[in-house]
Ligand binder design. Structure first.
Ligand SMILES: NC(=O)c1ccc[n+]([C@@H]2O[C@H](COP(=O)([O-])OP(=O)(O)OC[C@H]3O[C@@H](n4cnc5c(N)ncnc54)[C@H](OP(=O)(O)O)[C@@H]3O)[C@@H](O)[C@H]2O)c1
Length: 238
């Protein structure tokens, strides 16, 4: 059993908490409105998940998962996160997060930028290139033949190993895709963003939320990440 702190209880945070609970992990989950607001969610997710403050979730256990907008990273508790392995699911969306010059210029990847915002935290990037509803629909038990790969980027081998173990428990095969500097490969508008897991892989369905997703084996995911292209954020339309 791994002790997981999850900050963010929206689409991604709640989805990962649900899988973690099913895998028998001990989870503390937090949001911006406080533990009382999470009573309904934790009741739904079962006894393995308890509501916490952001500070409690940050300091809890072996791994902290961040599932909040990028604009919220600056308000997270730096002291509690320092020295910890932090699985970051965050993406940069200027329309939501405001313009960040280092990201618009491509000087940093989002994960590298997060490392500057949270000095001391050992950032590992994963689960940022899969839409929330594809996470439960593509999660499979370890013995399944149709498990999907999940790209993992990080600068610490030890931290990536811990994250890979948790990803495996949640139902995916972790694929080490290199350091944080390479994590642009799974950022929005890159070639290995969310569309790779879509059943309609040629383009978004008219109702993408109805797309059930399609398994992407680890070897195929590795190829897609290696072949990914990079788009300049400032040139994107949002
Ligand atoms: N949705 C997707 O399909 C998807 C896919 C891949 C990656 N991502 C990325 O994953 C991250 C989370 O996305 P999401 O879709 O799960 O977002 P979401 O549904 O909007 O949920 C965001 C969560 O973050 C919490 N939060 C916001 N500011 C906070 C703060 N300062 N301290 C603590 N908690 C805070 C919110 O708390 P309250 O509930 O109290 O407001 C909410 O629980 C984003 O960076 C997003 O770009 C999303």
């Amino acid at each position: 059993m791994t002790r997981l702190g999850i900050i963010g209880s929206g689409s991604i945070g709640a989805g990962l908490a649900s899988l973690a609970s099913a895998a028998g992990h001990d989870v503390r989950i937090a949001n911006s409105r406080g533990p009382e607001s999470l009573a309904g969610l934790v009741a739904e997710l079962g006894p393995g998940v308890q509501a916490a403050t952001v500070e409690e979730a940050a300091a809890f256990g072996d791994l902290t998962i961040l599932a909040v907008p990028l604009s919220a990273y600056g308000s997270l508790p730096i002291q509690e996160l320092s020295g910890r392995t932090v699985l970051s699911t965050g993406n940069y969306y200027p329309s939501r997060d405001g313009r960040i010059p280092e990201l618009d210029s491509l000087d940093l990847t989002t994960a590298e930028y997060e490392s500057t915002v949270l000095p001391g935290a050992v950032i590992v990037k994963a689960f940022n290139n899969i839409v929330a509803h594809h996470i439960p629909s593509l999660a499979r038990p370890a013995e399944a033949q149709d498990r999907s790969g999940m790209a993992v980027f990080g600068d610490s081998t030890e931290a990536k190993q811990l994250v890979a173990q948790v990803i495996g428990d949640l139902g995916f095969d972790a694929v080490d895709c290199g350091p944080l500097a390479e994590s642009w490969r799974t950022e929005p508008e890159s070639g290995a963003y969310t569309l790779v897991y879509a059943a309609d892989s040629e383009g978004f369905s008219s109702d993408y939320t109805a797309d059930p997703g399609a398994p992407v084996p680890a070897d195929r995911l590795r190829e897609l990440v290696a072949a990914s292209t990079r788009a300049k954020v400032a040139e994107r339309e949002f």
